[in-house]
Design a protein around this ligand. Structure first.
Ligand SMILES: Cc1cc2nc3c(=O)[nH]c(=O)nc-3n(C[C@H](O)[C@H](O)[C@H](O)COP(=O)(O)O)c2cc1C
Length: 158
């Protein structure tokens, strides 16, 4: 059985969460690997379980993530699907939660992410300044991320 962790990630923090989910599963004997959303489609046919993660930017889920879910709706409908969103705020906006709920899934969660000033463009730093959000902070709760990954085993991910 194989599990693919698909990540949409602009600056890498969601990808690192995906890596941690995959390594947590691997440590429990699951064959798990991470793929960028841009290349994940071609691996779907040989994947049993799929985890998809995407960040929030400017109050929207990163388009590449939702497009992947839309474009592969048929293939994904036959597989256990687990979703996570990543953002700077304390919780996921209800409208975005509802948007993700429309994709048939077993589990859906939200993790806080990270902002690394060195990776941000001038425009991005300005956007964060306008909404008084920090531009250099790592809010990722690694134990909670690992707990969530362990929880997937209860769904038969093995
Ligand atoms: C320009 C910019 C806009 C953002 N907008 C939001 C937002 O609207 N809501 C939110 O919760 N987080 C927001 N964030 C935080 C990101 O979701 C967070 O940094 C996430 O970890 C980025 O993931 P990535 O490194 O995989 O691209 C924003 C971050 C940046 C840099």
């Amino acid at each position: 059985m194989t599990t693919m962790v698909v990540v949409a990630s602009k600056h890498g923090s969601t990808a690192e969460i995906g890596e941690r989910i995959a390594s947590t599963l691997s440590a429990r004997g699951v064959k798990a690997h991470v793929k960028d959303v841009g290349e994940a489609g071609k691996w779907l046919y040989e994947t049993d379980n799929v985890v998809v993660g995407m960040p929030v930017y400017r109050q929207k889920l990163m388009g590449e993530g939702t497009l992947f879910l839309e474009a592969h709706r048929t293939e994904l409908s036959g597989k256990p699907l687990f979703l996570f969103a990543v953002g700077g705020g304390p919780r996921l906006d209800q409208k975005l939660m509802d948007q993700l709920h429309r994709f048939p899934h077993r589990e859906l969660t939200y993790f806080r992410g990270a902002m690394d000033e060195e990776k941000l463009s001038f425009f991005e730093k300005l956007q964060l300044k306008v909404v008084k959000a920090p531009s250099d902070v790592d809010l990722r709760d690694w134990p909670a991320i690992e707990d969530w990954a362990h929880g997937l085993l209860a769904y038969g991910v093995n």
